[in-house]
Every structure is written in C-alpha cells, then in structure tokens.
Design a protein around this ligand. Sequence first.
Ligand code: FAD
Ligand code: SF4
Length: 454
Amino acid sequence: MPTQDPNQRIHNFAEVNLGLTAEQAQREAGRCLQCKNPLCVQGCPVNVDIPGFLHWGAQGQWEGALEVILETNLFPGICGRVCPQEHQCEGRCILGRKGEPIAIGSLERFAADSGAQDSFFLDKSTLAGETGDGEKVAVIGSGPASMAAAAELARLGYRVEMFEALHETGGVLSYGIPEFRLPKSIVAREFANLAELGVKVHTNVLFGRTLDLEDLWAQDFKAVFVGAGAGLPRFLGIEGENLNGVFSANEFLTRVNLMGAHQFPEYETPITMGKKVVVVGGGNTAMDAARTARRLGAKVTVVYRRSLEEMPARAEEVRHAQEEGIHFTIRSNPVKVLGRDGWVSGVCCQRMELGDAGPDGRRRVTAVPDSFFDLPADTFIVAIGQSPNPILRQGLPELKFTDRGVIAVDDNYATSIPGVFAAGDITTGGATVISAMGGGRGAAQSIHRYLQGK
Ligand code: FAD
Ligand code: SF4
C-alpha cells in the first residue's frame, strides 16, 4: 500500500494510505489460489466470501467483487481500512504460511472505492422473501453495531429509527478514529446508504434521559436494539491524574476529530496541549492519540507495559507511528503523574517484567522493584481502555449487566428485557469494528425471528 511520506504526513491530517492502483489491485487479487476450503473466510468475523470477490477482482471486475462483499458486509470502505486483518482473514490466508498473504483489506478497500458502490449498493432484493411487514424497530446509537443492525433490519422490511446521543453519527468511526486513518467522507458515504434504505436518524437524543423505553413502546416500536458502545474512559487511578494537562484519549480524540480543535479558532473548541506528550496504552486508541498529538506538533512517547509484539494495536498503526517518529518506552508503566503549579511536568514510570502466560494466553506483567524513572511531559494522555457509559444503567434499572459492567445478553443477543436486544462494545467491552458489525447483524436477525414468532 503506497503511503504519504512520513515527513510530510506529520504536518497534515490527510489519509496516510493512498490506496492501490487498478493494476496493483488486479495483480494482487490474481495471486489468490481460490482455495476449496478458504481459511481466510473462517478468519473473517462476518464470513465475507473472500475468494468469491477476489475472483472478480482478478478480472478487473470490481463491481462484481463489490456485489459479493455487500452480501455480508455493507461497509467495506470502513472495514477495508480499519479491520485488524493480520489477526483475521489475512492471518489465516494459506499464502501467509510461506510468504505474503493476499492483501485482502487493501483489496476490499479498493472494491469499495472503485466507484461501483453508488450504482447498486441498496439492492433490497438481496433479502427478497423476508418481510418485517413495516413494523417499527428502534436502534440506539449509531456506531458500527447500530449501523449493521439498522441496515439488516431495513433490508428485512422493518421501519427503522436510529437515536444517537451526539450531534454526529458513526460512533467511534467519527469521534475516535482520526481522519488520517479513516476519512470522515468514507464514513459519511457508507452511512448515507442507511438513509437510502429508509432508516430515519435522530441525533442529539440521549436514550435514558431524552427518551426512555416507555416512550418507545408508546410510539409503537415493537423491538429495540441497543448499540451504545463503551465510551467511558478508564483511568490508571494513580497520583497526579487530576492535574491540568491530563486527558483521556477519548476526550483528546473527540476534541480533534469531532470538534475540529486542531483548526481552532476556525472551529470553536480549543485544545490545550504542550510539546512533550506521553501516552499510556498499546491499543489502536493509544496509537491514534499519539499520532494525532504528533500532528499537532508534539514530541510523543508511548509507554506500554508489555513488548511491541504484544501490542493489541493493528500492526500497521504501530509501524506508521514508528515511521512518524513516535518513541516507544516498552515494558514500563506510569506510577505517578508529576506536577508543577497544578500542571503536568512529567510522568514517573516503573520498569515491568514479563513472566509466563496466564489463562488468557497473555504473559503476566510484574513490576521490577526500585526501577523508577521519570519522563518529561506537559501533557499525559491515558488510553488504557473504555467501559460502557453508566447512563443506560441508570435509565434502565431492570436491564441486567454482567460483573464486567457490560449488558448481559443470551446467544440471540436478547437482554433481560423482552423485546430489547444488544450487541457491540456495550455487550463485549472495547472490541473491533467488524465484531460490533457482526453482532449488530446477528441481533437484527434475532429481532426478526422474535417479531415473526410473536
Ligand atoms: P460505538 O462505536 O462506541 O458507538 C456507540 C454509539 O452509541 C456512539 O455514537 C454513542 O454516542 C452512542 N450512544 C451511547 N450511549 C447512548 C445513549 N444513551 N443514547 C443514544 N446514543 C448513545 N476497531 C477496529 O476494528 N479497528 C480499529 O482500527 C479501531 N480503532 C479504534 C480507535 C479508537 C480511538 C477507538 C476508541 C476504538 C477503536 N476500535 C477499532 C474499536 C471500535 O471502534 C469499536 O469496537 C466499535 O466502534 C464498537 O462499535 P459500537 O457500535 O458497539 O460502539
Ligand atoms: Fe485466496 Fe488466501 Fe483465501 Fe486461499 S486463503 S482463498 S489464497 S485469500
């Protein structure tokens, strides 16, 4: 995948990956062996028919390729850009055993961007024979889980209304993942297809406050899908976290992505950050925060308690961050935020040691005694994970949650309240775009069975 030069891209927010040329894409698709038992499909959480779309791509027929993808994934421009393919389809591709796996993500992106999408995206006949009889279903949230649920429900023949708390739709795709990784025009393009399918979208509606379940039943909604995500940032709970200059990655990224803080005063929301930024965490959120801070002119250090290879972030994001001059202090953990006059002046860290693998397969981390060291910093960004927002819990006391604080659902995505279904990060904790989409789609099918059985 050709990219913008690192020395240039640290001064702009334009997309880093430039996309394959038609010739590169056709050649790459032509490398596919068309396996009888395609392991790549097993690795895809929504089981896209990968050899099926590559077959068309190898002939340069991207419209045919896109049609195959859309049977199972309605948002290929998004997924082609942000899915962790190295752990999914590409990680299972047979060619990867001895050489390079097929660049499935880049090809999915190519098919989505090929221009074919507008012409036949919304072929409702894909689900011909099914009918939701035009009954009303409410969808809470507008992130990937809700987008997939809404699309599937609309294609099944339901009248879908979506209620989003923010003024913008797309969930993390809009407020979390930066423009240089996922252009907002791509999110808008694929989101607009929901309107084409007849989905009505209401923004600035906070379910649990502005509107509750009783209101929805009273408005004749027959079922409700909840895809409210995990938007509540976690903190380390260490001394100094209340100093000025400490941000959650969520706040930092939202200010830039959604509120245009990097274009202040053209946009009204400012961002106050210094020239030496320390980010703690090893996931996509940490990489996004670090790379955003870099583009705002800072010298950035990422502190992570395990090794580089164990970072949960997509491998490409870690590589791009390194190319952009971001420094990694690995096997280390912040223990105190240092301050002067109420502002961050540094971060005291401790070295970590990796032990044997625990029951989750990940190696245990233990602190090395007397191994403290200080990093200079005027901004400290915490990116160690998110939990579900407590508002839903307060607004729906009868809704059961698990010990992990996520909504409890059964195998059919049904919650403890009849007619209310849930999927995505609100049921799994922070996961991936495609797993949220897979859940949303599965929940929509369960809602269909529930309403047809009534
Ligand atoms: P969300 O995307 O969180 O959407 C939930 C929506 O519900 C939000 O719009 C929210 O405003 C709305 N909402 C919440 N409460 C209410 C309410 N009470 N009423 C109405 N609306 C409400 N995954 C990847 O696969 N690849 C990546 O590269 C990647 N990068 C990421 C980078 C960042 C910075 C973050 C934070 C996450 C990243 N992820 C990535 C994870 C991925 O984005 C999430 O797993 C996915 O967005 C979850 O989708 P969701 O629909 O469940 O929730
Ligand atoms: Fe093609 Fe690789 Fe999938 Fe086989 S595993 S069908 S080579 S993409």
